[in-house]
Write a protein that binds this ligand. Structure first.
Ligand SMILES: Nc1ncnc2c1ncn2[C@@H]1O[C@H](COP(=O)(O)OP(=O)(O)O)[C@@H](O)[C@H]1O
Ligand SMILES: [Mg+2]
Length: 537
């Protein structure tokens, strides 16, 4: 594994400065925003009275402020020679090395560069010089692990986007054909809509909305938002999920729904002041088709938060680039738009890869998962993680460890009263009056059916009745139920194993109805005089 020591939390905006002042020799900054980091270093160097140099293969070593005068010195486009120059120079300085990660990644690293970089790290440790390497992904040869300090550079926050918007407004102020009509509240919403983007992306989006209709107004908030959706989706792993689902669409699961509802206000400032910690997340484990994903979709709207769906299946798809880079970006986006619900659907799928990993993919899967788990236990931002899993055999123990998540819920097959409610929901959804159906009979006949299978039975009954030119009746649904073999029958063993696992590890998502569980209480015959209630002994 090539994962050097990582500084604890996602970087607050001035962590870079802290590390430079603490005289870390080589700082590796994970970011897409080379330019933003460079701008930050310019300001920082000026403030700290240091010279800033930038280096790239095409320009060699350049003194910042010397303009585009071309490379100073000769042959310094060679990375080893550039590093030697860094050692020789005397003045306090910061060196920003661009694209340097390509020389030191394990795949095609250059042994000479790695050696020289280690020597530089040694030499610089008692100097006022610092090397900063920016790269979109953390991928370095093992040999360098102890010589680098890695930080994740956070996406721009409200302040920075505000500043950008201010600058753009100033820039277009002179143009007579462009109107800016933004009240303070609209401005705030516009900034909010752009969070999660890099500064460059935000600038592009703002520019595009201005150019397209010649103004910037409250109406552009939704344009910016949908542009952001596109950009975020393109980056591979995250999807803004717009869901109409409400909690009432889920039948049963009262314990779970109650737990979630109770936390609706827990992200507010008032809750912080009261002393409530921000909820971290939950894991919903259980039988397929029983409403786990449904609950996830409903919780964001119940809490009035955006819902980000994290696509585990795509995480390891080579189509979307390096997995580690992807997960970092996904975490960064989620944090920058927090408070947010991060829905990790079917997390067990990722884990199945993670355990097979090592032999098959050079440990990438395991590394990605450990990045995620580390973030989970250390995250400071109000990102509520809602993970679901159908299969427990693949879940790594780290995920279940206390402190990572607030609670683990077990979602079992619905009980009779729950099934009744699920029938009601799906009949009503399709415009049927529920009183016209024998709900008790349906609930009884659907023992062992999941919510999804109940819904299917309703739909299938509709298909059967439609060509007959009449409305559906209870009998159609009963027939559909009869024609179905529920998963609980074909997968009886798996479900039993799941229940056994859940005992003592997970909290039931639904209170079991007593009528549903065969009584195990022993009937005792007690010889005693029946006492009258209220009588004085
Ligand atoms: N408890 C339930 N109440 C109402 N509908 C349900 C319930 N459980 C499942 N369904 C129906 O089945 C579909 C699939 O369920 P889903 O939540 O995706 O299951 P899973 O637990 O596998 O994530 C839902 O979209 C919903 O229409
Ligand atoms: Mg699901």
């Amino acid at each position: 594994m090539s994962e050097p020591a990582r500084s604890r939390t996602a970087a607050p905006i001035d962590e870079l400065e802290t590390l430079i002042r603490a005289r870390y020799a080589v700082i590796y900054v994970v970011t897409w925003e080379e330019r933003r980091v460079e701008q930050r270093l310019v300001a920082l160097a000026e403030r700290r009275n240091k010279q800033l140099y930038t280096w790239s293969v095409t320009t060699g070593l350049l003194r910042a402020g010397d303009g585009a005068g071309g490379p100073r010195g000769k042959g310094l486009s060679d990375p080893v020679e550039a590093l030697s120059a860094v050692i020789e120079q005397k003045e306090p300085a910061i060196y920003l090395l661009k694209d340097f990660h390509m020389f030191i990644r394990p795949r095609d690293c250059n042994v000479g560069v790695i050696r020289r970089l280690r020597e530089v790290a040694q030499a610089l440790s008692d100097s006022y010089k610092t090397i900063v390497i920016t790269a979109p992904v953390l991928d370095v040869a093992r040999e360098l692990e102890k010589d680098l300090c890695v930080i994740d550079y956070p996406l721009p926050g409200t302040d920075e986007v505000d500043l950008l918007l201010h600058r753009i407004c100033e820039d277009v102020a002179a143009a007579t054909n462009i109107r800016i009509e933004l009240g303070p509240r609209d401005r705030e919403r516009l900034i909010q809509a752009a969070l999660g983007l890099t500064l460059q992306e935000a600038e592009n989006v703002f520019a595009k909305t201005i150019i397209s209709d010649g103004n910037l107004s409250a109406a552009d908030v939704s344009t910016v938002f949908s542009e952001k959706r596109q950009i975020i989706r393109k980056s591979g792993l995250l999807d803004y999920y717009e869901s109409q689902a409400v909690m009432e669409d889920t039948g049963g699961l009262d314990e779970l729904k109650g737990w979630l509802t109770k936390r609706a206000a827990a992200f507010s400032q008032a809750a912080r002041e009261y002393g409530l910690p921000a909820p971290k997340g939950v894991l919903l484990v259980g039988v397929q088709g029983c409403g786990k994903s449904l609950c996830a979709k409903a919780v964001a709207s119940a809490w009035n938060m955006p819902l980000l769906r994290f696509d585990v299946g795509r995480m390891f798809s080579s189509l979307v680039g390096s997995s580690e880079e992807n997960i970092r970006r996904a975490i960064g986006v989620a944090e920058s738009i927090s408070p947010v619900v991060l829905w990790v659907d079917e997390i067990d799928k990722a884990m199945s890869g993670s355990q097979a990993s090592g032999g098959t993919d050079g440990g990438t899967t395991a590394r990605v998962m450990s990045t995620f788990l580390t973030w989970l236990s250390e995250k400071q931002k109000p990102v509520f993680v809602l993970a679901t899993a159908n299969n427990i055999s693949q879940l790594p123990p780290e995920l279940l460890r206390k402190g990572r998540l607030d609670e683990i819920f077990f979602v079992d097959l619905p009980s009779a009263p729950e099934r009744r409610r699920i029938f009601e929901i799906h009949l009503a959804k399709r415009g049927r009056r529920v009183e016209q159906f024998d709900l008790e009979g349906l609930a009884e006949a659907s023992d062992g059916f999941s919510g999804a299978e109940i819904e299917e039975a309703v739909v299938s009954a509709l298909y059967d009745a439609f060509p007959l030119g009449r409305d559906i009746v209870t009998g159609d649904i009963l027939a559909a139920l009869q024609a179905t073999v529920p998963l609980s029958r074909t997968m009886a063993e798996e479900i039993t194993a799941l229940r056994t696992w859940a005992q003592g590890r997970a909290r039931p998502a639904a209170r079991r109805d007593l009528r549903d569980v065969p009584s195990t209480r022993r009937k005792l015959e007690i010889d005693a005089q029946p006492q009258e209630i209220g009588s004085v002994p």
